[in-house]
Design a protein around this ligand. Structure first.
Ligand SMILES: O=C(O)CCC(=O)C(=O)O
Ligand SMILES: [Fe+2]
Length: 267
């Protein structure tokens, strides 16, 4: 196997009109790398969410761990990780966050809508996961205008006691893109999963890695459009390229598949 250009047919994004049960199962089983749904919500619904978000101030993710800076409206548990668990500050933060989202004045809950739509073909519940009986935050509006570094997401490795009150057998990342710059903002995925030596490429104190960590393995790029949703396997190393003109805002949450077939989400 010397040909680095050879293509793994299982390392592919598929595009569909909705999140079909078979595609979600294929994502969990490693037969797809990502699922794209170009018109996940109507353009007008996305615009409504976007207009509400454009009227409020975003905050910055913790700058020691997340650089270049990424802006957010909402709470991500990664900012409240403590010794392989979750700091009490998370629960206060999501309570405030709940009010902040209500104050946007939307007459629907965008994360609820995303879960409902994600679950239209799924036989079991799609709901917010709990930890010690308490519901996690539903998700975050994220604005990585200067991109996300090459990284992977895996709650098993970040939360030693298991993050949710459930046995997870797969983890996905959900993003609904609300606005995308003409230039830049691509999501890139590499056919590389974490191995211990990768820590030699870790950027100081960062969530991310130097791009040479992925070497010359096969990769693909996705340039989502507004109103598109993507469910991806975040165990593959991935990155977001910097935006060069407009803002890049997406609603995002993690999704865990449980041993009873439920999809549990968290922000
Ligand atoms: O914004 C994106 O396209 C992907 C962001 C990301 O790293 C994730 O959802 O895990
Ligand atoms: Fe990620």
């Amino acid at each position: 196997m010397s040909n680095v250009n050879s293509h793994d047919p299982f390392f592919t994004p598929v595009t569909a009109e909705a999140f079909r049960r078979e595609d979600i199962a294929a994502l969990a089983a490693g037969r797809h790398a990502a699922i794209r749904v170009p018109e996940f919500l109507s353009q007008s619904t996305c615009d409504e969410i976007l207009q509400a978000l454009l009227a409020v101030e975003f905050e910055s993710y913790g700058s020691a761990r997340v650089y270049p800076q990424v802006m957010r409206f909402g709470v991500g548990v990664s900012d409240h990780r403590l010794d392989g668990g979750v700091d009490d500050s998370y629960w206060d933060a999501i309570e405030t966050d709940r009010k902040n989202w209500l104050d946007l004045g939307l007459n629907f809950d965008p994360f609820h809508l995303c879960r409902a739509n994600l679950g239209t073909d799924w036989p079991k519940a799609v709901r917010v996961g709990t930890r010690d009986g308490k519901p996690m935050g539903p998700g975050v509006a994220r604005e990585p205008n200067q991109g996300f570094q090459v990284h992977f997401d895996d709650s098993r490795r970040e939360y030693s006691d298991g993050l949710l009150d459930a046995n997870l057998i797969a983890q996905f990342a959900f993003n609904l893109y609300l606005t995308m710059p003409e230039e830049g903002g691509e999501t890139v995925m590499w056919r590389h999963r974490w191995q211990p030596q990768d820590e030699n490429y870790r950027l100081p104190d960062s969530y991310g890695y130097h791009e040479s960590v992925v070497g010359d393995v096969e990769s693909f790029e996705i340039k989502p459009r507004a109103a598109e949703a993507i469910l991806l396997d975040p165990g593959y190393f991935h990155a977001v390229r910097p935006s060069r003109s407009a803002r890049r805002i997406a609603l995002g949450f993690a999704v865990g598949l449980t041993d009873t077939g439920e999809l549990l989400t968290w922000g």
